[in-house]
Write a protein that binds this ligand. Structure first.
Ligand code: F6P
Length: 393
């Protein structure tokens, strides 16, 4: 009988998930292992809802996840970790590939003794770590340079606000302020990545909004430019720490509120405060929401998804003594995969990456030079001259 490896995807879907699964499947076949798909993330692990992936046709260029997803905290279920372990054992599954963001990956810490390979994916880009004990900031010190899905979502938001492909033209034509909502519940990486398409201001969750300063900047910039693009993360906060907008009665297993409304909230406030300056009909908001997570993966995402899927199987096929987190690391020749024993971390919280002042200037509401350097390795900056931005100011 072939040895069996399980694979699951949890949390918000991203574009390169099927690319990971397809490459894991091909590698498992080549090494004579059976890859078992676990349906709806940890939910399927609890209910032993498995499929034989050899019978499934997979297209790595199609987004979403063939295995479907859920947001399940196994710690909230009586004997949850034991049930999962028992199911895996009874079905002869000898190793597990867990693909998820911080919540999905947190479940892995509850069954640490079971051989697992963890792969991070989230358009929020918040699974990773930036070592701070260095005098000089180096990109090589970033543990897990990016999470899968972030490169595609980052290019999407950049082009969405840009002049050539995005909202800049209509904002210009109608002399409007357009506020674009970004996903990102705790972190502002996606909102910040829109910098590559040159919005005027960015508001992120890590820095509660100094509204008076922000309003002053908005008025000044509008006076000279006559149109503005503002990007606001869904999890952005007012200065008192409360969210610009959050649906409080729609919590899931991990207690996160439902977001989606920060751009509208900011628009409403600006309409009130700018009423004496110009026609308030010219302040609008847009929320692309799930479009950030949809569609096909870009080249960078797909390439690393495939490498990670393949590497995960190779590790499990060879046999591992302890669970491993597969990080994407930068060195002077580009990116590479680094295997980090899970025992290096006490909990997933140690791998929660936030935007700090090295990357974002909260006085100007914009990205810093280091921020550009970091994101420039993931998405191409849209050259300002190419887009003729100078001509419209
Ligand atoms: O975790 C990734 C994410 O895209 C967040 O940015 C967002 O708040 C969340 O998923 C929303 O996901 P869903 O509506 O699928 O629960």
């Amino acid at each position: 009988m072939k040895k069996r490896i399980g694979i699951l995807t949890g949390g918000g879907d991203v574009q390169p998930l099927n690319a990971i699964i397809a490459s894991a499947k091909d590698t498992a076949n080549a090494l004579n292992f059976e890859l078992v798909g676990i349906i709806k993330g940890w939910n399927g692990a609890l209910e032993a809802d498995y499929i034989d992936l050899s019978k499934v046709t997979l297209d790595p260029a199609i987004g979403g996840t063939i295995l479907k997803s859920s947001r399940v905290n196994i710690d909230k279920i009586e004997k949850g970790p034991e049930i999962v372990l028992d199911n895996l054992k009874r079905n002869n599954i000898s190793g597990l590939i867990v693909i998820g963001g911080e919540d999905t990956l947190s479940n892995s810490f509850l069954i640490k003794s079971f051989p697992q390979i963890l792969i991070s994916k989230t358009i929020d880009n918040d699974v990773g770590k930036i070592e701070t004990n260095q005098e000089e900031f180096r990109l090589e010190n970033i543990i897990n340079y990016f999470t899968l899905g972030f490169p595609t979502a980052a290019s999407k938001i950049s082009s969405l606000v840009s002049l050539k492909e995005g909202l800049r033209t209509t904002a210009y034509s109608h002399e409007r302020i357009i506020i674009v909502e970004s996903m990102g519940m705790h972190t502002g990486w996606l909102a910040l990545s829109s910098s590559m398409g040159f919005p005027d201001f960015i508001v992120i969750p890590e820095f509660p909004l100094n509204y008076e300063l922000f309003l002053e900047k908005v008025i000044k910039r509008y006076a000279s430019q006559k149109h503005l693009i503002i990007v606001v993360a869904e999890g952005a906060k007012w200065r008192n720490g409360s969210f610009l907008y959050a649906e409080k009665d729609e919590h899931e297993d991990f207690e996160h509120p439902r977001f989606g409304g920060s751009a509208t909230a900011l628009k409403t406030r600006l309409k009130k405060d700018l009423a004496k300056y110009f026609n308030k009909r010219n302040i609008n908001s847009v929320n692309p929401s799930y479009l950030y997570r949809s569609g096909k993966p870009n080249e960078l995402d797909r390439f690393w998804a495939q490498r990670l899927g393949e590497t995960a199987i190779k590790f499990l096929a060879k046999g591992i003594n302890e669970s491993i987190f597969l990080a994407i690391q930068k060195d002077n020749s580009g990116f590479k995969i680094k295997d980090i024993p899970l025992s290096k971390f006490n909990s997933i919280d140690e791998l929660h990456r936030f935007v700090d002042e090295r990357f974002y200037n909260p006085q100007e509401f914009k990205i810093t030079e280091i921020g550009k350097k970091y994101l420039g390795e993931i998405i191409r900056e849209i050259p300002i001259e190419e887009y003729g931005l100078n001509n419209v100011q």
